[in-house]
Design a protein around this ligand. Structure first.
Ligand SMILES: Cc1cc2nc3c(=O)[nH]c(=O)nc-3n(C[C@H](O)[C@H](O)[C@H](O)COP(=O)(O)OP(=O)(O)OC[C@H]3O[C@@H](n4cnc5c(N)ncnc54)[C@H](O)[C@@H]3O)c2cc1C
Length: 448
């Protein structure tokens, strides 16, 4: 594995693998296998000191989470650092109600630990398989009118910056800088630890209703999204209905309750469902109102199974809450163009936050998500049409998913973009953590 080589990294580390030698005559790909990383060397440090050593030695590098992003955001042509071995839950501070983790920890692992200790996180994404550092870096979110994205639970972060120094930023002490750094798009340094706010553990019930008429949604949009702790609307847009409404409600005791047979005219599902027709429902977290712990209800998919479809591409746009129904309407009108490509869409709500590069910066949003069939040539032709239709609503694409928006347009949607550029320059003056994605979409050095 270790061998000498002549390139920008001064040393060869025992935890370094060469792309062409790794157990991998196969190219290294992301989770969806739609993206092949171009990094020459892969590093798997086990300590923060090793991360520091690497950062000092490499010219260009990028931290990688669990590879669940669909685009090039986590790639580099030179050195990739995976933090999968830095995967310890460090400590719970019961007084401050926080937990500190190493950056390679996945939500599934942390949730089980927190639950045993009597604590919870405020929200989760659709799947527990992703790393916490990667999710927070891209403003990954779940649903719920009162739930900010997952990065909003970060109260402090430790990172190794370009000169190899360990820097700690906290909500308490670093004000603006902290708000700029949390959704950092991997550009500020290698995050090695995160401290997250926690809540007392709680139980939830999840139930699914089928066939909600779009006309009922129009007149009751706010009431529907406010009707549970977390609400997801799944649709293929092929009829005048939302196919499934998933309601996740907090409960104060585990005694069975009678579930209402109807929800705004939609009918209570009497069997477990997967959001995508024909996919195995046992991959999904328990439904039909059975009470269970927060971490076994907030995600849609179970840790031990493939989430979503597995063979897919994803796109998501977040629109300010006040435009949500209008945005849903314009998307519904594209049903014929979407039909051959779409597996399922999901609509969720997210609370406003103060994180500079979060799509929900100072505005509550509704996210319209698309799980596509794995046909990038066709999807890439459709995305500009969707983006054009959503442009009047200032829709912002999810940082970790596929989009076609021009860099200048994307930058114009983030008022904090110039401040974020300055923050990146402050921590990384030589552009060590800059990759093609950041050059294009944050610094707009590529042509539109
Ligand atoms: C099946 C599926 C379901 C999904 N569901 C949702 C959902 O419900 N809601 C949602 O919002 N998104 C969802 N996503 C998108 C996903 O949450 C994001 O792409 C997220 O970034 C993935 O985390 P990751 O650990 O795989 O990050 P990666 O893709 O590995 O990296 C993403 C970014 O994080 C940076 N990064 C990672 N670790 C570090 C570190 N230690 N230090 C500095 N930077 C770091 C990388 O450099 C890169 O910029 C889903 C994706 C898939 C595949």
């Amino acid at each position: 594995m270790s061998q000498s080589y002549n390139n920008s990294c001064k040393h060869v580390f025992e935890y370094t693998m060469f792309a062409k030698n790794m157990n991998m005559n196969e190219p290294q790909q992301n989770w969806a296998r739609n993206y092949t990383y171009s990094a020459a060397r892969w590093h798997y440090p086990k300590t923060v000191e090793q991360v520091q050593e690497l950062v000092r030695s490499c010219r260009k590098l990028k931290a990688l989470g669990t590879r669940h992003s669909f685009n090039s955001i986590a790639d580099t042509t030179e050195d990739i650092i995976s933090l999968e071995h830095l995967n310890r839950v460090m400590e719970i501070d019961r007084e401050r109600r926080t937990v500190t983790i190493e950056a390679g920890v996945r939500y599934g692992q942390l949730c089980r630990y927190l639950h045993r200790e009597g604590y919870a996180l405020h929200n989760l994404a659709s799947l527990p398989h992703i790393s916490i550092a990667g999710a927070c870096a891209t403003a990954t979110h779940g649903s719920g009118d009162n739930n900010g994205n997952l990065a909003t639970s970060v109260s402090a972060m430790e990172m190794v910056t370009a000169n190899g120094e360990v820097v700690v930023l906290s909500h308490e002490h670093d004000g603006d800088k902290f708000q700029g750094a949390v959704v950092g798009l991997g550009g500020l340094g290698v995050v090695t630890k995160l401290t997250l706010d926690i809540l007392p553990a709680f139980d939830m019930r999840q139930c699914v209703y089928e066939n909600l008429l779009l006309s009922r949604l129009e007149n009751n949009f706010d009431a529907i999204l406010a009707s549970a702790y977390s609400v997801s609307l799944f649709t293929d847009w092929q009829s005048d209905r939302i196919n499934q409404v998933w309601l996740k409600r907090r409960v104060s005791d585990s005694a069975p309750v009678a579930l209402e047979a109807e929800f705004f005219g939609a009918k209570l599902a009497i069997r477990q469902l997967h959001p995508i027709a024909g996919h195995p429902a046992e991959y999904c977290t328990e439904q039909m109102g059975v009470s269970g712990s927060w971490h076994e209800r907030l995600p849609h998919f179970r840790m031990d199974f493939t989430p979503s479809s597995g063979e897919e591409l994803q796109t998501e746009y977040l629109v300010p809450r006040q435009h949500a129904f209008a945005a849903i309407n314009v998307i519904a009108r594209l049903r014929d163009q979407m039909a051959p490509l779409l597996q399922i869409s999901e609509v969720r709500s997210i609370a406003a936050d103060k994180l500079w590069m979060s799509p929900c910066y100072q505005q509550a949003c509704v996210a319209i998500h698309f799980t596509w069939k794995k046909n990038w040539d066709a999807v890439r032709n459709l995305l500009p049409l969707i983006e054009e239709q959503l442009a009047p609503f200032s829709a912002r694409p999810h940082w970790g998913k596929l989009f076609m928006m021009s860099p200048t347009r994307l930058q114009s949607l983030y008022e904090k973009s110039p401040d974020f550029q300055n923050l990146l320059r402050f921590y990384d003056p030589q552009g060590k953590f800059r990759n093609a994605f950041l050059d294009t979409y944050i610094f707009a050095t590529a042509r539109d």
